[in-house]
Design a protein around this ligand. Structure first.
Ligand code: IVH
Length: 686
């Protein structure tokens, strides 16, 4: 077919194949985006796309605007045309408090003279850019920004590049003209990746995903838009002609999904304003795990006829409300910058701030992570900064408002000596982290080491918090974790604000903590980079402390999931004479754990899933879980057909019932202890 005109027959075959490929690609796209349920691997999709492109290149007359190949971007435009919205694109009234939300619902019921509750569609408020997309006879023909609500910009070519927007509807019963509305946004992962790449190219990073989405959509060259990781959700309709839509908003979203649109999976119909408020709290928690940014939730009266009756005032409908989350970013000033010394000596720059209310709490300190971050952000004393606190995440400084910098503000440099103990600070080449070289001679490192050793997931010494550790270290009673076990109740009773009773209680807690597990003990030692998972892996592999202590770096590296850096840290830690002496003393003081038998190390419970319910007498929940994972088993939170055993302790509840219903094997405490060959008296000393 290299020369001359293709034969009629070949032409027909090409047309048929192109139609088939488009149909197939559209379906895969729909399954991937709208249903989040991919049908084929990406590579297969890509291959079909290559084939379709080839056919279209050879037979240009076969090219259609709704072909899936048309998402790559078209020729740049000098400026965007304007689009007049046939139905204005409204905005939403905002509420920040529960009272405001209840008022909104009360006003609606009064207006409708309705006694009963109102059903609402509750949806995340996506933090992106509102768009409109028009379909004529099922084909995408025009896209627009919201603009001022009356007229927007024509961004048809740019919208076309977003894979989540169908170019053709998957239905013959869709209205002849259908204008949908939704939000274009940049998912967080894409935002971070995009910014990293932009900085690497020497370009400016976007300050947040919203700006990134807006900037990407407003590219005059749609090839640029095509290269940005944009996504969208459709949340409503505008102009509709020549067809019917469901009478309720929630049902309409379902119909739009069927036609090929991507609908936010978190959207849900609730039966009253209480349901809305519950939804708000639920999304407030879920928010931190969502792959995209939301700044609140939106409530819409579900019944569209009722929406029509309610109408709107000025720019916002009476039937919808945005319930916003507390802002996660705030502006404040830096009072000072200090360096905190952690357990492993790492120096963390921390900004002391003018207190600011952000993410629902008052924040007066924000981390700057490490020297590289501090240098990159160039934060100085007196600077105006944007701080951010999202969910439970530690507050951080996002950026400096350079235009507000006070003249003479000095650059912050890494201190050459530790601010706590005066030992030299060392920063290895190519390492982001600088460390105090004082080791246990540094009071800060000592405090952190002991606090970590006593913490809940380590030795779990109940009642031994930071304040007490401060006192114990300040009096020089405790120089290493081993000293904790030499403290007497009489001695503890002389601490500030400590009576005989609390002293006795702490002494008992220290004694009780001696009975632990090997993974906890290894984790408690605070070896650099040895978290709980690594501690468990080391315990499972070596079975006791003595073998681990004897192990060479190479041997440690043979443990699954332990890399060379961790292996080196572990070997170096045990090779240190001071550490070795501490371990000897800890073991001599009576710290012990259930034997990890050679058999169990081999993972006799591998592939077995347990669910724990009720209370066991011999073990805490954490200990039972550890006993299982140490033997290669898995612990799940809920009972299903895939569960192998449900361990039922005293007062077991619904999980036990579920196990009975599903016919899952149930173990009582005695049977469970027999299975794991638990021996409470076993001493597996290092
Ligand atoms: S509905 C009349 N639903 O919020 C209804 N808007 O302040 C108008 N937004 O411009 C919009 N998520 O960009 C609606 N689930 C959602 C939304 C949403 C985000 C944005 C949209 C709109 C702005 C209104």
């Amino acid at each position: 077919m290299a020369q001359g005109k293709p034969s009629k027959k070949a032409e027909q075959a090409a047309a048929a194949r192109a139609a088939q490929l488009r149909e197939q690609l559209d379906r895969y796209n729909y399954r991937y985006h709208a249903l989040d349920d991919p049908e084929v691997p990406d590579a297969e999709y890509d291959q079909l796309m290559v084939e379709l492109r080839g056919i279209e290149a050879e037979h240009p007359q076969l090219l259609t605007p709704d072909s899936p190949t048309q998402r790559v971007g078209a020729a740049p435009v000098a400026a965007f045309g304007t689009v007049r919205h046939r139905i204005a694109m409204l905005s939403l009234d905002n509420a920040f408090t529960e009272d405001e939300v209840r008022d909104f619902d009360r006003r609606i019921r009064e207006r409708l003279e309705q006694e009963g509750t109102i059903r609402y569609s509750a949806e995340p408020k996506l933090d992106g850019l509102a768009i409109s997309a028009l379909y004529e006879d099922g084909v995408f023909v025009r896209g627009a920004t919201r603009g001022d609500g009356e007229t927007g910009e024509d961004i048809t070519q740019n919208l076309r590049t977003i894979a989540a927007l169908p170019l053709k509807l998957r239905s013959a019963d869709a209205p002849r003209s259908l204008e949908v509305r939704g939000e274009v946004f940049m998912p967080l992962a894409g935002f971070e990746r995009f910014n990293k790449e932009a900085v690497a190219r020497g370009e400016k990073a976007y300050v947040n995903p919203r700006n990134a989405a807006a900037g990407s959509l407003r590219q005059l060259d749609s090839k640029m838009t095509a290269a940005r990781p944009l996504d969208l959700f459709i949340y409503g309709v505008g102009y509709v002609e020549g067809g019917e839509l469901p009478s309720h908003h929630g049902a309409m979203l379902q119909t739009l999904r069927r036609w090929g649109f991507k609908i936010c999976p978190q959207s849900r119909v609730v039966d009253s304003i209480d349901g809305c408020l519950a939804y708000y709290h639920e999304m407030g928690v879920a928010r931190a795990r969502l792959p995209y940014q939301i700044d609140g939730v939106v409530y819409k009266v579900d019944d569209i006829e009722v929406q029509r009756q309610l109408g709107f005032i000025s720019r916002a409908p009476r039937w919808a409300l945005a319930h916003k989350f507390p802002a996660e970013e705030a502006l404040t000033t830096v009072r000072g910058i200090e360096f905190q010394v952690g357990r492993t000596g790492a120096l963390t720059p921390v900004a002391r701030l003018e207190p600011a209310f952000v993410g629902g709490v008052t924040v007066s300190n924000a981390t700057l992570h490490n020297m590289d971050e501090l240098t990159r952000k160039d934060v100085r004393v007196g600077d105006s900064v944007v701080i951010r606190r999202a969910g439970d995440v530690i507050p951080e400084v996002v950026r400096v408002l350079l235009e507000r910098r006070v003249p003479g503000a000095e650059l912050i440099e890494l201190p050459s000596v530790c601010p706590v103990c005066g030992s030299p600070v060392l920063r290895e080449v190519d390492q982001a982290i600088a460390r105090c070289t004082g080791g246990r001679t540094c009071a800060a490192q000592r405090k952190e080491e002991i606090t970590h050793f006593a913490s809940r997931r380590a030795m779990d010494i109940q009642g031994l918090g930071d304040k007490l550790v401060d006192q114990l270290v300040a009096r020089d009673w405790v120089k290493s974790p081993a000293d904790l076990f030499d403290l007497s109740a009489a001695q503890l009773a002389t601490l500030d604000r400590f009576g005989e009773k609390s002293a006795q209680k702490l002494a008992t807690a220290i004694e009780a903590a001696k009975y632990t597990s090997l993974p906890r003990f290894l984790y408690a030692l605070g070896i650099r980079d040895v978290g709980e998972a690594t501690a468990s892996a080391l315990a499972g592999h070596f079975g006791d402390v003595a073998s681990l202590r004897r192990a060479s770096e190479e041997e440690v590296q043979r443990v699954p999931d332990v890399g060379p850096v961790v292996a080196r840290n572990v070997a170096a830690w045990f090779a240190d004479a001071e550490n070795a002496a501490i371990v000897d003393r800890l073991v001599a003081s009576g710290i012990r754990w259930p034997a990890v038998s050679a058999k169990s190390v081999s993972g006799e419970l591998a592939g077995t899933t347990f669910v724990l319910t009720g209370t066991l007498a011999a073990l805490t929940r954490d200990e039972a879980q550890e006993a299982i994972t140490l033997r290669g088993g898995k612990v799940s939170g809920s009972v299903s057909k895939k569960t192998h055993y449900v361990v039922a302790g005293a007062e077991a509840g619904s999980k036990l019932k579920k196990a009975q219903e599903l016919g899952v094997e149930i173990l009582d405490e005695a049977a469970f202890l027999a299975l794991i060959e638990f021996d409470a008296k076993a001493d597996a000393k290092g």
